[in-house]
Each structure stands twice: as C-alpha cells, then as structure tokens.
Design a protein around this ligand. Structure first.
Ligand SMILES: Cc1cc2nc3c(=O)[nH]c(=O)nc-3n(C[C@H](O)[C@H](O)[C@H](O)COP(=O)(O)OP(=O)(O)OC[C@H]3O[C@@H](n4cnc5c(N)ncnc54)[C@H](O)[C@@H]3O)c2cc1C
Length: 417
C-alpha cells in the first residue's frame, strides 16, 4: 500500500541502516543541526550483528569519544583491546615505551551490548527520528539524482525525501544496489567459525591473535567475562572441518601455540561461521547519495577492522557534508571530499587485505616486518599502530621502518651465529 502524498516526509538526511555506521552518522549529523531520519529494517531496538568478534580498533576511539559512548562502554565492562600476536618468530608484544604514553586502544565489547547502546544514543539525539521496522525498498530519483527513499513499513510503503541519502545498510547494501553503484569483489579463500566461552582465562587478560600462515585464530576477552574464540582456516580444510564441526573447532584451538584452556571452559553460544565472505569495495558516493561502513567497503573479517571503519567513515562523512546538508554549502563538492578521503584512507588497506585473503603465507616484506616486530619493542609498537589502523600501509612500510627491521634482523642473525 502506498501512503498518500501528504504522508511524504522531508529531512536533511535519510540513513538506511541503524547499526554502527548509521547510528554514528545520525548522531554526528544531527549534532551539526541536520534533521535525520534513521531507518532500520529490524523492529527490535535490541537487534545486533551476530557475526562479529567484537574487537574495535583504536582508530575508532576518537569517534566513540565524540559521540559520548566511552563512559557507557567502560560502565558496561568493555575490555581494552590490548593484544599479542603469535608468529613463527615468536610473539609480538606491543608495550608502551618506558616513560612513554600508553598505547592507543579501543574496546572489545559484544555487539549485543554495543549495537543497542549506540542505536539508543541515536534515538535520544535531538534531530534524529529512529524509524524501526523500516526497510529501504527503493530510491526516489529526479534528474539522475537521489532525492529520497521508499521504505516498507508495518503500515505500508512510505516515501521519505532528503537532501542526502546515506546507505549504512551493510555489506549487501540495498541502497547501493538501487543506486546502481558497482561492487568490486575480491575472493576470500579462508572460512571462519567463532564461539563464546565463559571461564576461559587468557594470559595477562589480553587478546591473542595467531598468524599460522595461512590459517588464523583469535581469542578476545569481552565484557561480562565472555571470551570470543575464532578460527579462520584455509578453505581447503573446509570439507574435513565440517564433518565434525565441534570436534574440528576444539582440535584447532587445542593445537594453537600457548593454546587457551578451552577444555575447562564453558561454551555459551553456538559455533557459528561463514564459509564464503568476499571482500567488497564500492564507490562511496553518487549524486545525492553516500555510502558508509560495510556498504562502502567490506573488509576481510580476519583483520577485525570493519567496526572501526564503520565509525570512522560516519565521522568523515559528517565532517565533509555537515554544513551542506543543512543548506550551508555545496553538497556535490562535499560528497567529493568524502569520497576522496574514503578512497585514500581505506583503498591501500583494502588492496593489502585482498591480497592476503588469498590464504597465502607472508610475503618477503611481511616476513621482514613481522619477524623484526617479534624481536624489537619499537617495531612491535609500530605494528600496533598499523593493526589499530592509525597508520596506513605506506607509513607502516616506510623506508625508515623497513631499514630498522632489516637492521634488527641482521643483529639477530649475528647474535644467533
Ligand atoms: C565473522 C566476522 C567477524 C568480524 N569481526 C570483527 C571485529 O572483531 N572487529 C571489527 O571491527 N569488525 C569485525 N567484523 C566486521 C564488522 O562486523 C562490520 O564491519 C560492521 O558491523 C559494519 O558495520 P555497519 O554499520 O557498516 O553495517 P552492519 O553492522 O552490517 O549494519 C547494517 C544495518 O543495516 C540494516 N539494514 C540492512 N538492509 C537494510 C535496508 N534495506 N533498510 C534498512 N535497514 C537495513 C541491518 O539490519 C543492520 O542493522 C567482523 C565481520 C564478520 C563477518
């Protein structure tokens, strides 16, 4: 049923998807004076993304702080996402320099806590109308420009118009599809299974990541004493793995170097997983339209970076279009600024991730950097900045860092000899 013309709404911004990216963008844009319609297809305000390992990289901290979530996260028991990484050269253990500042961090917090928290914050932000049970079912266009959305709601079809439409509707973005934005896909030749445990203490109470070349594994302590364990093997192992899912999962974890004591822990979730999860990149803007979060770029879950980028891209968009969506600037130029920033910041990361998603072992440059980081404290901190997405691949692999890594390894070989 189509609602009568009089039911047509006008907003400055309409956002499809009220998860991390959409809720953050709604809060930030409304605080800059925009009237925002935030549409979420699910009706339950407590809905959350189940397929996630909940570790949010430190690049997201300034956004979490700006939207005012840090005190709530701390109160909810979010755990600082400090971690060590296993490599064949030993553990990389980033630690603050003596007398230096603490390492940048964000949080491990289950999405069952985080998603309702940020959505509720958006709903309580003056200027935001959170419309649950509203699924974007089409776009309204005029002269080749997006000027609104059509939404299926429990009471029928509805048209909502706005200066800017934002797709924050995740990796299968309907908004991108309706707008005809092309998707570039990269094969991911690993699969993943994860489960939640109680009574699973981790050494020093911090996260662990295992680079097993090509397989991967993770253990992250979360709020409420829950530890998330994930295994990410090469797809070649999938048929055998699936024959006895629980047995394979446990055997994989037991075989990890310095394995967490999984047999004495209690599993409190199903073992859930995904067997086909290609990486996706899309152009982040079109006339009258912007994409943020996974809708713009779906990375490899292996790196645990999507939540941070969902929050960061919401922030970049707000900075670029904030004035224009309230009629104080040129929207097309602002969108071009956002698109450029998104491409420059995330394009190089995605290229690297797409290559690593071929389930290959480390290449020579990665071998150099990871082995040296396992041997040298300052290179471990450098690695931490990269893993936290506070620096990009170009800065991570800058000539000085590569020279230092070479010198560390040269000294190591001489000492060993
Ligand atoms: C196995 C796995 C593990 C991961 N682990 C991590 C990790 O440890 N750390 C990390 O940072 N990232 C991780 N990620 C990635 C992370 O989950 C995503 O990057 C993140 O959720 C993206 O947020 P988003 O807001 O862009 O999209 P989503 O969280 O996917 O939200 C999209 C929202 O849009 C809504 N929606 C969809 N279609 C419509 C429509 N037509 N109309 C209205 N609403 C709609 C959905 O209901 C949903 O609420 C992992 C991913 C996977 C698969």
């Amino acid at each position: 049923m189509t609602m009568p013309e009089s039911a047509t709404d006008d907003y400055d911004v309409v956002i499809g998807g009220a998860s991390l990216a959409g809720s953050a963008a709604a809060i930030l844009l409304a605080r800059r004076g925009a009237r925002v319609a935030l549409l979420e297809r699910r009706s339950d305000p407590e809905a959350y993304k189940v397929l996630c390992t909940h570790s949010i990289t430190a690049n997201a901290y300034p956004v979490l702080k700006e939207i005012g979530l840090v005190p709530d996260l701390e109160k909810a028991g979010a755990v600082h996402n400090d971690a060590r990484w296993y490599t064949r050269w030993g553990w990389i253990e980033p630690r603050p320099a003596a007398g230096g500042p603490e390492l940048p961090y964000a949080y491990n917090i289950r999405r069952s806590v985080l998603d309702p928290m940020i959505r509720d914050r958006a709903a309580r932000t003056p200027g935001v109308d959170l419309l649950l049970g509203h699924q974007v079912s089409g776009l309204v266009t005029e002269g080749g420009r997006t000027v609104g959305v059509r939404a299926s709601t429990p009471s029928g079809e509805r048209e909502i118009r706005a200066r800017l439409v934002v797709g924050a509707d995740g990796k299968d973005s309907a908004v991108a599809k309706f707008a005809g934005v092309a998707t570039r896909e990269y094969e991911n030749t690993r699969f993943a299974y994860l489960a939640h445990y109680r009574d699973l203490p981790l050494r020093d109470g911090i996260g662990h990541t295992w680079f097993l070349e090509p397989d991967m594994a993770y253990a992250f302590p979360n709020d409420d004493g829950v530890t998330v364990i994930a295994v990410v093997p090469d797809k070649k192992r999938l048929p055998d793995f699936r024959e006895d899912l629980e047995g394979s999962f446990l055997a994989f974890v037991r075989a990890l170097p310095d394995a967490p004591p999984i047999d004495s822990a209690e599993r409190v979730s199903k073992i859930i997983g995904l067997v086909d999860y290609p990486l996706r990149s899309r152009r982040a803007t079109a006339p009258g339209l912007a994409l943020i979060g996974d809708a713009a770029l779906t990375g490899d879950p292996l790196w645990g970076v999507g939540c941070g980028w969902a929050l960061e891209s919401a922030h970049w968009l707000t900075e670029a279009v904030g004035p224009a969506v309230t009629g104080r600037g040129d929207l097309d130029k602002s969108l071009a600024v956002y698109a450029r920033r998104h491409r420059r910041r995330l394009g190089p990361h995605q290229n690297l991730a797409a290559d690593f998603a071929k389930a290959r072992p480390f290449n020579p440059l990665e071998r150099l950097m990871f082995s040296a980081a396992a041997r040298d404290a300052s290179l471990a901190r450098h690695m931490h900045l990269f893993a936290s997405r506070l620096i990009g691949p170009l800065r991570f692999l800058n000539p000085l860092a590569v020279a230092k890594a070479s010198a560390v390894n040269y000294r190591h070989r001489r000492t060993a000899a």
